[in-house]
Design a protein around this ligand. Structure first.
Ligand SMILES: Nc1ncnc2c1ncn2[C@@H]1O[C@H](COP(=O)(O)OP(=O)(O)OP(=O)(O)O)[C@@H](O)[C@H]1O
Ligand SMILES: [Mg+2]
Length: 279
């Protein structure tokens, strides 16, 4: 079965076409890296798969059914993270438990089964020790683990992780990628993982979905990260350079994956200027 199918899908926001007539199918159980410049449509695509943005044309199916809001088979880690609550005594456990009844606010009273599920999610992400720590005291990397544990509540078959590497140093980036890879293998789930650079994902992802110029390319890294495909998606001449196992996507002397992404956690929308067609 396919985890996700898009059939001639266009996504339009505020009268502006973000994606135009794209079609692809992602088989169940794949780990897919979602790449593209700021404003290319990575977040919008994830929100459409969640049923939060209706296509202006075409159809999106998730596990064979039309995309709908609140599908328990889909776990989502949004890109814009609210700051850790300061001055509260909320613990790591409370944070994960806050989504256990299908909402993010308030602390539900939980039965034994739900408590076991929360414990299981914390263990799966290696955050058992964070359960008792106050949220206000933990690091960004630790918080990322708790966010990942939240997405596992409800035992989803598909995880949509929007820029989980943002604001992490390279060491913690690698840890998060390896953790997600281990979860994807262990649970046999499908993962879409957006990032602004391919390198941290090399060795982990099965496929890359690259967005740009309102279009999309899905395939193996060597099929998609090529000069012809990326020149089409960036709308200008792109060179792909491989150095010691790393890949650089260059426009002239500029590394577009690095230089097009200048966001900091919490300020992503300041960077949204839709540069994709004139890089
Ligand atoms: N509510 C909205 N109304 C109008 N345009 C929007 C809205 N939300 C996003 N956009 C525009 O849609 C385009 C796609 O945005 P999106 O957030 O999906 O890009 P992205 O690939 O996730 O970018 P980033 O790498 O910065 O996270 C951008 O040009 C953005 O400015
Ligand atoms: Mg985004």
């Amino acid at each position: 079965m396919n985890a996700i199918e898009l059939d001639d899908v266009s996504l339009t926001l505020g009268g502006r076409r973000v994606l135009g007539g794209i079609s692809f199918a992602i088989a169940a159980g794949r780990f897919v890296g979602v790449l593209g410049a700021n404003g290319a449509g990575k977040t919008t695509l994830m929100r459409a798969i969640l049923g939060l943005v209706a296509p202006s044309h075409g159809a999106i199916r998730v596990r064979g059914q039309p995309a709908t809001r609140g599908n328990p088979a889909v776990g989502y880690m949004p890109q814009v993270l609210s700051a850790a609550p300061q001055g509260t005594r909320l613990s790591g456990w409370d944070f994960v438990a806050s989504v256990a009844n299908g909402h993010r606010l308030g602390l539900p009273i939980l039965g034994r089964e739900k408590r076991a599920e929360i414990g299981c999610a914390l263990d799966l992400v290696g955050a058992g020790k964070l359960a008792r720590r106050p949220l206000a005291e933990i690091s960004g990397g630790e918080r990322q683990r708790l966010l990942l544990a939240q997405t596992l509540i409800g035992r989803p078959q598909l995880l949509l992780l929007d820029e989980p590497l943002i604001s992490l140093d390279p060491h913690h980036q690698q840890e998060v990628v390896e953790l997600v890879k281990a979860l994807q293998r262990e649970l046999g789930i499908t993962v879409l993982f957006s990032a602004h650079e391919i390198n941290p994902l090399l060795g982990a992802i099965d496929q890359v979905l690259y967005l740009g110029n309102g279009q999309a390319a899905l395939g193996a890294i060597d099929e998609v990260i090529t000069a012809p495909v990326l020149s089409r998606l960036y709308g200008s001449a792109i060179d792909v350079i491989r150095v010691r196992g790393r890949i650089f996507v260059m426009s002239g002397s500029h590394d577009v994956e690095h230089e097009e992404h200048r966001h900091e956690a919490g300020h992503e929308h300041a960077a949204h200027e839709g540069h994709v067609d004139h890089v």
